[in-house]
Design a protein around this ligand. Sequence first.
Ligand code: ADP
Ligand code: MG
Length: 244
Amino acid sequence: MAETLKMNRPLISAEAITKSYFRGEHKVPVLQGAGLTAHRGEFISVIGQSGSGKSTLLHVMGLLDSPDVGEVILDGNRIDNLNQAARDQLRNHVFGFIFQFYHLLPELSLLENVMTPLMIRHSILGYWRHRKEIREAAMSMIQQVGLEHRIKHRPSELSGGEMQRGAIARALVGRPEILLADEPTGNLDASTGGGIMDLLKSLNENQQLTIVMVTHDESIAAQAHRTVRLAQGRIQTIAREDAA
Ligand code: ADP
Ligand code: MG
């Protein structure tokens, strides 16, 4: 019984999240009791209109932002109320993020960009001691996304699809359990976006990577296992037929 419960325990859940922003004196409610649960190996898409709070929900789940009310639970433990150092640690080890505009560092090569999450785990001395394995881990991730011929390029010398592949390599180099993807194909043409979706699906299937992906594109959303809709500040589960 205990074993069954443990196996059914969600990997990550956002529970009854409320979050408002202030525009001057004016309080703008964004999330009003939103809840979302992902089990290990699930690929969930969140759809909703622009401004419905999709990014806000993803940021709260990944500890980039705090809820006003509600809890984020990782593998049975509340994590949203941890101190800054513990939250930073979880963000670096448990979550990988990708964004619509890639957010690669423009001054660094692709290889350096992908090495960054592993470098910041170490002191400068620790980095020098581990630099060979950090470089190898980054190279291996870059190979997985098919960019080994681009390691010395800066982001400005890469195409949109290549930048997003690079961002995926950076997000995954630290072996996170959960990938949070915010409109990952939103800035790409359909065929390049399809390539990114194929890569995400293969990472999900082959490595049991848990993915929560935000998109406003219903045909992209339909490629996940399950789609939910964010509207009026809450998550509504929708039938697959409605999502397609
Ligand atoms: P979506 O990703 O679905 O387009 P967002 O989560 O980005 O929606 O934003 C939801 C609402 O919250 C929008 O009205 C937006 O203007 C507002 N908002 C988001 N982030 C902030 C912020 N840091 N400060 C003030 N308002 C914000
Ligand atoms: Mg958004």
